[in-house]
Design a protein around this ligand. Sequence first.
Ligand SMILES: CC(=O)[C@@H](O)[C@H](O)COP(=O)(O)O
Ligand SMILES: NCC(=O)COP(=O)(O)O
Length: 237
Amino acid sequence: MTKLSVNVNKIATLRNARGGNVPDLLKVANDLEGFGAQGITIHPRPDERHIRYQDARDLKKTVKTEFNIEGNPVPKFIALVLEVNPEQVTLVPDSVDAITSNAGWNTVKYKDFLTDVIKTFKDAGIRTSIFVDPDPKMIVGAKAVGADRIELYTESYAADYEKNKEEAIRPFIIAAQKANELGIGINAGHDLSLDNIEYFAKNIPNLLEVSIGHALISEALYIGLDNVVNMYLHRLK
Ligand SMILES: CC(=O)[C@@H](O)[C@H](O)COP(=O)(O)O
Ligand SMILES: NCC(=O)COP(=O)(O)O
C-alpha cells in the first residue's frame, strides 16, 4: 500500500496571509492524521513564505505519523533538519526565488555534494530521499550517493495526464523499474491530484509514499479535509 503524506505548506500560506494563527497549522496537521493521513510533509523555503522554521520545530512535537521535511540542503536547512530529526528528509534542488519546485537533482553532477549531505543525515538516523526527474541515469546517481529513496518529480505526468495518460506515465514506469532493480525506495510528488493519483499508483510498482499538498488542499475547499483524505486513501489502496 502507498502511504499518503499531506503537504501542509498551503495551510501555512493561508495562516500567514493575516499574520495570526488561523488556520492553526498544528491542529490541521493533527486533524489530517486523525482523518487517516499517514504522514505530514513540509517544505520550508529560505524566505519562510509559508512554512516557518519554527513550524518545523513545533510540528515535530505533535506529528504522530511520519514527518517529512523537504528542501534545498543549504547550511540553514541542514541545521534545521538535524535539530528537528524528522523520520525523512527529501532533498530538492530549488532555487531561492522559485515559485515552486521545478526540477529534480542532477545526481551525477552533484555526486560529491549529495554524498556528503546524505551521509550527514543518515548518520543522524534520518531516512533520505532525493527529488529526481524520471530519468534512469539520475536514479542510478541517487543510489550511488547513498540515498534510501527517490522522490519522482511528477509535474510532467500531471501536466500531460489529460492529453494522454499512457504516454505521460511511460517515463515514470521505466524510472520505477530502474529504482526497483537497484533496490532504492520510491516516493513521488508534485501536482498529484484526485484526478490523476489512482492511475499513477496502479502503474508504479512498489510506490511507497506520495506527498500531496496543492491539489489536496484545493479539493478540500469543496469537499472538506476529512473527505478528501479518505478519497486519496481509497485511490491509493
Ligand atoms: C518537492 C515538491 O514538489 C513540493 O514540496 C513542492 O515543491 C511544494 O512546495 P510549494 O508549496 O512551495 O510549492
Ligand atoms: N513532494 C511533493 C509535495 O510535497 C507536494 O507537492 P504539491 O502537491 O503541492 O505539488
